[in-house]
Structures are given as structure tokens and as C-alpha cells.
Ligand binder design. Structure first.
Ligand SMILES: [Fe+2]
Length: 316
């Protein structure tokens, strides 16, 4: 993406997903990890954050799992002003070692998972436009900071995220041992699809059983007032127990409310399931998962292939 902004002029204000000159400049320079230039949020951005919080906070009390509500309190997440990542991290790092790290846009799959292994969570700093409050074609700071990051105060959940990173690294190292390029590509494509599906049905859209019934811990639910209630209480949703072999073969769609959601009993059981995911990877059971969404793009494939090349070089 190009920008017409004069590089000597101060960046124009506004960090809206659809219009953010600062972020567009960073992308044009190829800078993925960036600062959060807080002074660039304009009044509309702040108003959007306030309205999003107001629309969902009562639903959080009703539908979110207790660990998420604890996380909101621990982080002292501001409902009136867009939070500063530094302030959030000051609360978060001592608890679980995780930190939110600002990014300029899409993070290639391996880079994303590798960040998780290092206990860094790539965090979008732009916010959706005020006229599209419940429509989210791509992540924004409300999804990342209000939907994901409060969960990172839970130590077991944080361990789950870091384990995702370990499994991604294992996939790249394993791919490095496959000599034939076509075979390596098809294995990686299948492994990435399996990982993305597992992540989607747990971290993004996961439900948990609790003493009070079904509650939500997935960030896609916790950052959407409309979908949160639907996910927890609509009879139209099929809710199934987490079963590794089903999840890795289960396609999903991103542009409508999820008709199928996966329920776990605890984050400890989810952590154990990631161990089984890694065992399945090593046994070759993720090498030919069912076709279908998500599509694995070249950017994601290349990010894993580059990690595999680096692993091969390190081993030689
Ligand atoms: Fe997300």
C-alpha cells in the first residue's frame, strides 16, 4: 500500500482500520512490529471504543467465563479510553509472562505462532470505523485487546497459547526433514490448516462448561455483542465436546455467526489436547486433513517454509 503523506510532516491523526496513515506508512516500509502512537487516536476512535465497551459489558457479565472477567479486573481495562499497551503489559507480564505487541497488520501464520511461543501476542492497534460497530472483517484493537488479552492473565490459558507456538515450530522442523518440495508443501499446507482450525474452535470461538452453564472464552465471541449471546444461548448453535480428530477436519466460515462451537471442561484439558495435537503432528495424522476453509494463503505457507529452511540450515 502506498501513502501520499510527506515523510517530513507529522503523521495525520486517526487510527481507524480503514484509514490509518501511520499504519499504512509502516506497512509500506515493511515494518510489522510497530509502536502504539497513542496521540494519533482521534475523538472518533475513542468514541468507538467507548460504544463497543458499553454495548458488550453487561453481556460479558452474563456470558463470559469467570477467568475472562477476572482478567478484565486484573488488567484494569479502561472502558472509556482506548488502553495503552504499555499500561496493559505492566499488569499482564508479571502474571503470565505474556505481553501485547503492536503490529501493523496481518501477521503471517508462522510468525504469529512463533510470537506465541515467546509469549508475545501480536496486537492490532487500529480500531474499526464507528459506523460498523459489530462488523469485523479483520482484527482490530477491540478484538485483540478486549477479546483476547484478558484471557492471557490466566496462567494455564497462557500456557495453552505458548504450546500452540511450540506445535507450529515442531511442524516447521518436521517439514525441514521432507526432501521432496511438493510433498513438503502439501504437508505444510495441511498442518497449517489443522492448526488454524484448532485455534479457531478454541482460542477464537471456544466455549467452556461452568457451574453456571455454558460460558465463552473465545475472543471472537467476547468481542462481538451480537455473537456472544447467540453462541451461549441460541438453540440454533450446535455445541460439541472438543475432539481433536473432528476439529482438525472441520471447516469454518468467518462471515456469519458460527453454527458449530466446541466446548471444553477446563483449560487444563485444553492444554492436554494440545499435547495430543503435537503427537498427531509427529505421527503424520495432520498431513492430509480434509480440504476446505480456511484457505492457506501463500504468505502463510511461505512463513512456515522459511522457518523449515532455517531449521534445515541449523541442523546441517
Ligand atoms: Fe483473534
Amino acid at each position: 500500500m502506498t501513502t501520499t503523506q510527506d515523510s517530513r510532516a507529522p503523521p495525520r491523526r486517526g487510527l481507524t482500520t480503514t484509514r490509518a496513515p501511520f499504519v499504512e506508512s509502516a506497512r509500506s516500509r515493511g515494518d510489522l512490529f510497530i509502536a502504539q502512537p497513542y496521540e494519533l487516536y482521534d475523538d472518533d476512535n475513542q468514541e468507538t471504543w467507548r460504544r463497543l465497551c458499553r454495548a458488550i459489558e453487561a453481556l460479558w457479565e452474563r456470558c463470559a467465563c469467570a477467568r475472562f472477567l477476572d482478567g478484565l479486573t486484573r488488567l484494569r481495562l479502561d472502558r472509556d479510553l482506548i488502553p495503552r499497551l504499555d499500561a496493559v503489559n505492566a499488569q499482564l507480564v508479571p502474571v503470565s509472562g505474556f505481553r501485547a505487541r503492536a503490529v501493523s497488520g496481518y501477521v503471517p501464520a508462522f510468525v504469529f505462532f512463533d510470537c506465541l511461543a515467546r509469549r508475545e501476542f501480536p496486537t492490532t492497534i487500529t480500531i474499526r470505523a464507528g459506523d460498523r460497530l459489530d462488523y469485523l472483517p479483520e482484527p482490530d484493537i477491540f478484538h485483540d485487546l478486549a477479546g483476547h488479552v484478558p484471557m492471557h492473565t490466566d496462567r494455564v490459558f497462557a500456557d495453552v497459547l505458548a504450546r500452540f507456538g511450540d506445535v507450529a515450530r515442531a511442524a516447521a522442523e518436521r517439514a525441514a526433514t521432507i526432501a521432496a518440495p511438493a510433498r513438503r508443501r502439501s504437508v505444510l499446507e495441511s498442518n497449517i490448516r489443522a492448526l488454524a482450525r484448532f485455534f479457531w474452535f478454541t482460542i477464537e470461538f471456544g466455549l467452556m462448561r461452568s457451574r453456571h452453564g455454558i460460558c465463552a472464552y473465545g475472543s471472537g465471541l467476547l468481542s462481538s455483542a451480537g455473537e456472544l449471546v447467540h453462541a451461549v444461548s441460541s438453540p440454533a448453535v450446535e455445541r460439541v465436546d472438543l475432539a481433536l480428530e473432528h476439529v482438525v477436519d472441520q471447516a469454518f466460515e468467518i462471515d456469519r455467526f458460527q453454527p458449530l462451537l466446541v466446548v471444553v471442561d477446563s483449560f487444563e484439558s485444553l492444554f492436554d489436547e494440545i499435547g495430543r495435537l503435537e503427537a498427531a503432528l509427529h505421527a503424520g495424522r495432520l498431513d492430509a486433513v480434509r480440504d476446505g476453509s480456511p484457505a492457506v494463503g501463500d504468505v502463510d505457507l511461505h512463513s512456515f517454509a522459511a522457518a523449515a529452511d532455517a531449521a534445515r540450515e541449523a541442523a546441517s
